[in-house]
Design a protein around this ligand. Structure first.
Ligand SMILES: Cc1ncc(COP(=O)(O)O)c(C=O)c1O
Length: 533
């Protein structure tokens, strides 16, 4: 995390105009990066049956034989002359104009000359034009964007080993699903935070994986519980294979909003090293860390697991969804070369590569219009705006949910990144609460009541139960995992044994006025549900 705008970063290497060149991040890494030791993780040990069986595309391999003065009768690639696109005329926002949110009012927003970019059908002066961008491309992604991302990752994340590669993806949801197919077999167990992203839960369920919830506290994933689960695995789950995969959302966690501090990340990694785990680091909110705001620099970003693991046991997933636009369906993953090759093989049989249109637009935006400094500046502005909205929502919550009886029922933690606030609702005083009813059923019915009352009051919240990972059944002789002070450092457990219902509140796309009104409506609904009127 050494990048600051003063450095004026430049990409290394001059690119030729070539159709779908076979490329590698190694071509664009500085020498000091290539001098680092290689990753030491034994990727073979983690491969699923599907990843072992999958063969690389023979057709794609044969195209590599195409050289200068070779006439190709080989591929089913249409001629670019037949593409009905004359030119793409793009106008981008300029981070330099984003001094405050009030300057970004739709059409009034000024677009300056340099941020207009035209992609021509055939452009001898550019390494990418329509004829290249909209043809079949290389399965890891277009070389121009890979070059930009290599420089970005080298300077912002600094992987501590040399043989990392990048693969463009169609976003983290797709990359995650492929990761599960590549590194887990049906019936395998995967370690996850006790509350987790619903897209991951659904993907894992569809692949028939067993999820193993790891306790969370105010610092997120508990390293102590992770260690307890793994070291007692054989006695607790004698019939199940020991987990090899850990999925985590370290920054602005979805749904709880928690950001793991650097110390916790190091502790989790130490457990992963001890038990030889492969970590899937799903980090869409990494750049939405509020401390970045105003610094115009990536220097304050937290250490990614990718940056900490010298063994290379991390598959880091990044996406443009929260930092540019979700409809681009474009992201990238960074991992040791042997891991990336498994994604490349999966892409050959599935998505082939992300949309050429998205790739060229993002390349023109990041590399040509903004450059590295502009990108970092944009991210800092975005973090600033998210921080402002988070503070506004938290203040509205303090005002509406912090008194008149609701202060004994509602609680939440401030967040330092992302877009989620996790509202904890203590239902001990719920009228007519039947403590004899199975607690899950009782919680589900109270959650339903709160959710419906909120909707009737005019505010849609997300049910916490959507994100809950049910416990795996444990053998009768299993040792107790304990509870309470989970990591022994005073951190508060996230799921105490009271009747608790959670709501996930997202402020990202709500206007300032509606943020305040929405929280007031929620307060009205909760007062009604708990008979506080
Ligand atoms: C943790 C997590 N992973 C992945 C995604 C989806 O990312 P993408 O749009 O890149 O598929 C989300 C979005 O809500 C998320 O919160």
């Amino acid at each position: 995390m050494s990048h600051s705008p003063g450095l004026k970063l430049k990409d290394l290497g001059v690119l030729q105009k070539t159709l779908a060149p076979i490329t590698s991040a190694d071509l664009f890494k500085p020498d000091d990066c290539l001098c680092k030791p290689k990753s030491s993780i034994q990727v073979n040990r983690f491969l699923s049956r599907e990843a072992r069986i999958r063969a690389p595309s023979s057709l794609k391999a044969s195209v590599a034989a195409l050289g200068i003065d070779v006439i190709s009768f080989s591929t089913g690639r249409p001629s670019p002359e037949t593409y009905p696109f004359e030119q793409l005329d793009l106008t981008f926002s300029d981070p330099a104009f984003l001094t405050s949110s009030s300057s970004r009012n739709g059409d009034d927003y000024p677009a300056s000359g340099p941020l207009r970019s035209i992609v021509y059908r055939n452009d001898p002066d550019s390494s990418i034009d329509i004829s290249i961008a909209l043809s079949y491309g290389y399965s890891l992604g277009c070389e121009q964007l890979l070059q930009f991302l290599t420089t970005h990752i080298t300077h912002v994340l600094c992987p501590p080993y040399s043989d990392w590669e990048i693969c463009l993806t169609v976003g983290n949801t797709s990359a995650l699903e492929i990761a599960l197919r590549n590194f887990a077999n049906e019936g395998d167990c995967m370690l996850v935070e006790e509350y987790s992203y619903s897209g991951m839960l659904e993907a894992a369920r569809a692949l028939n994986l067993n999820l193993v919830p790891i306790a969370m506290d105010s610092d997120g994933l508990c390293s102590r519980d992770l260690e307890a689960v793994l070291s007692s695995w054989e006695s607790c789950h004698p019939d199940k294979p020991k987990p090899r995969l850990l999925y985590t959302i370290p920054t602005g966690h979805n749904p709880t909003g928690i950001t793991q501090p650097p110390g916790r990340r190091r502790e989790v990694l130490a457990v992963a090293d001890k038990h030889d785990l492969l970590i899937i680091e799903d980090d869409p909110y990494y750049y939405l860390h509020f401390s970045q705001a105003g610094t115009r620099s990536a220097a304050t970003l937290l250490p990614s697991y990718l940056s900490l693991s010298t063994a290379g046991r991390v598959i880091r997933l990044d996406t443009t969804s929260k930092i540019l636009a979700p409809g681009l369906r474009l992201g990238w993953l960074t991992a040791p070369k042997a891991v990336v090759e498994t994604f490349q093989a999966a892409h050959d049989l599935g998505i082939v590569h992300p949309s050429g249109l998205s790739q060229v637009v993002v390349y023109k935006l990041l590399s040509e219009a903004w450059g590295h400094d502009g990108f970092v500046e944009w991210l800092a502005h975005l973090a600033d705006e998210y921080g402002r909205k988070a503070r506004l929502m938290l203040q509205a919550m303090r005002q509406a949910l912090g008194h008149r009886g609701l202060e004994d029922i509602c609680s939440w933690k401030d967040i330092e990144a992302g877009m989620f606030i996790w509202l904890t609702i203590d239902c001990s005083s719920y009228p007519g609460l039947d403590h004899t009813v199975e607690s899950m059923a009782a919680k589900a019915s109270i959650e339903e009541h709160i959710y419906t009352a909120a909707l009737e009051a005019g505010v849609l919240c997300c049910r916490g139960s959507f994100f809950c990972v049910p416990s795996l059944s444990v053998s009768a002789e299993a040792p107790d995992r304990g509870d309470g002070d989970r990591d022994g450092d005073g951190a508060v457990p996230l799921a105490p044994s009271k009747p608790i219902v959670y709501l996930r509140l997202t402020f990202a796309s709500v206007s300032d006025t509606d943020l305040v009104r929405g929280i007031e409506r929620l307060a009205t609904a909760l007062r009604e549900v708990f008979g506080l009127t």
